[in-house]
Design a protein around this ligand. Structure first.
Ligand SMILES: *Cc1c(COP(=O)(O)O)cnc(C)c1O
Length: 228
C-alpha cells in the first residue's frame, strides 16, 4: 500500500535528484500536483503532506473542487484544453492558466478576470510535437502570440507550457523540451521576462528538468492510476 504522502515524498526526491544531476538548485523546480478525476478528499491528503499547488484539466470539475476547498490557501492551475465559451470559469476560479493557445482565449480571460483578484498567471501552450498533437500553438506562432498576450490587462504572461507526445526515445523527448526552452530564451532576449517553463509529467519529469523545466505537472505518480 502506498499513500499519497509517500508518493509525494518520492516525487520530491525525484525532482531533487534530477536538479542535482542538472546542476540546478532544488528550489528552481515547482511541483504542481495534478488532481484531475480525484476527489477533494485526495487533495486534502496531499495538502496534509505539504502540497499547495494543484492542477486540473476539466474546467467544471476543477472549479467545483476549488470552491469546495476554498479557504484552504490552495493555488489552482488550469492545465487543460479550453473552449472559449468556458473562459469565465477559469478567470474566476484559478490562479494560473497554462494552456493559452490563441489570442481570443487570452482576451476573454483578461476581460473576465474579476478586479478583486490578483492577475491571472498565464503560460502559452506550444505544440512542440508538430502533427502528432493538436493542442497548443505552432512554435512559429508562439512569439507573436506571446507579444500580444503580454499587453493584455488583468493577466500576466509567465512563460510557456508543452506536452510532448509520449515516447521512449529520450533524445527525441529532450529535443521537444529544448524547443520550449529555446523559445523562452529568444523571447527573453527581446525583453520579455518569462520565468516559467511548465513541462514534464510523471514519466518524463527528469528529462524536462534536464532541459530547464521550472514547473512539473505530476498526477499519476502522486495520486495513482486514473480510472478512465
Ligand atoms: C493529466 C495531465 C498531467 C499529469 O499527467 P501524469 O502522467 O498523470 O503525471 C500533466 N499535464 C497535463 C496537461 C495533464 O492533462
Amino acid at each position: 500500500m502506498t499513500s499519497i504522502a509517500a508518493n509525494l515524498q518520492a516525487v520530491r526526491a525525484r525532482i531533487a535528484t534530477a536538479c542535482l544531476a542538472a546542476g540546478r538548485p532544488a528550489e528552481s523546480v515547482q511541483l504542481l500536483a495534478v488532481s484531475k478525476t480525484w476527489p477533494a478528499a485526495s487533495v486534502r491528503e496531499a495538502v496534509a503532506a505539504g502540497q499547495r499547488a494543484f492542477g486540473e484539466n476539466y474546467v467544471q470539475e476543477g472549479a467545483e473542487k476549488a470552491l469546495e476547498l476554498a479557504g484552504s490557501g490552495l493555488e489552482w492551475h488550469f492545465i487543460g484544453p479550453l473552449q472559449s465559451n468556458k473562459t469565465r470559469l477559469v478567470a474566476e476560479n484559478f490562479a494560473w492558466m497554462h494552456s493559452v493557445d490563441r489570442l481570443k482565449v487570452a482576451e476573454r480571460l483578461a476581460a473576465q478576470r474579476p478586479p478583486g483578484l490578483a492577475p491571472l498567471q498565464v503560460c502559452i501552450q506550444v505544440n512542440v510535437s508538430g502533427e502528432v498533437s493538436k493542442s497548443g500553438c505552432a512554435p512559429g506562432e508562439a512569439a507573436t502570440l506571446a507579444r500580444a498576450v503580454a499587453t493584455l490587462p488583468n493577466i500576466r504572461l509567465r512563460g510557456l507550457m508543452a506536452i510532448p507526445e509520449p515516447t521512449d526515445d529520450t533524445r527525441l523527448l529532450r529535443g521537444r523540451f529544448a524547443v520550449l526552452r529555446d523559445l523562452r530564451e529568444r523571447l527573453n532576449a527581446e525583453g520579455m521576462q518569462l520565468d516559467t517553463l511548465s513541462m514534464g509529467m510523471s514519466h518524463d519529469l527528469e528529462d524536462a528538468i534536464m532541459e530547464g523545466a521550472t514547473l512539473v505537472r505530476v498526477g499519476t505518480a502522486i495520486f495513482g492510476e486514473r480510472i478512465p
